[in-house]
Design a protein around this ligand. Sequence first.
Ligand code: NAD
Length: 257
Amino acid sequence: MSLKGKTAIITGSNSGIGLGIARELARAGADVVLNSFTDRDEDHALARQIATEFGVTARYIQADMSKGDQCRALIQTAGACDILVNNAGIQHVCPIDEFPTEKWDAIIAINLTSAFHTTAAALPLMRKAGWGRIVNIASAHGLTASPYKSAYIAAKHGVVGLSKTTALETAGQGITCNAICPGYVLTPLVEAQIPDTMKKYDMGREEVIKKVMLERQPSREFATVEQLGGTTVFLCSDAAAQITGTTISVDGGWTAL
Ligand code: NAD
């Protein structure tokens, strides 16, 4: 599964799943471009650490995935894009009739519209190379729903639809596009939901994890960022050359229920 010589751009990759995917792609030999909204010294240090650990080129490019022009500029600045992982995402939990419009707009922009812009900018480069892999990080919430996450669920269903359409527009061109649908992974995004859920149900941290979160996953275990990275590497490999326009659930059985 060597990805030596390929350049991978991973949006929102200074923490959690995006960082895990960047590390596994680098382990497989790909040169990686990390991205986040803010430009902190630590983000550059993460790139340097990956370069040293795996002997690849690793760069950090700041770009705000809520802005279309910056999404496109990320691809142009990188200069090459064999593998595009659309991972940047945010969430907000609130009933529909109280959902702030600016939060709705930000969630749709960062989780969904950014993938449209980066894909549009990356496709000419992939077509020129005759090879490309697009991996969109959707969610179990891209296939199912639960209350109070309307914008996130609408965005993730949109990511699944965009992935299928991209697959159809690139079929037979050496390019594939698929969506990965994770269940719960204990990242900063999920950690941020725990305090409110503890208050809401009057539960302790462990109880929230067991009875609210992992209750939905028959495996009763979190998926790990390394497992998400491994799934991405597989989708980029030759073994997956005919896998396009589909979703791969990494959710401990959540969507099988
Ligand atoms: P995370 O908070 O650790 O990562 C989110 C990343 O997005 C961060 O690197 C952050 O810098 C980046 N980001 C946020 N706003 C941005 C912006 N405007 N521009 C550029 N980057 C921005 O959370 P995570 O759990 O690792 O989430 C990664 C992806 O996985 C998201 O798309 C999320 O919806 C999806 N996901 C997560 C879970 C889970 O349980 N953790 C489950 C299903 C899907």
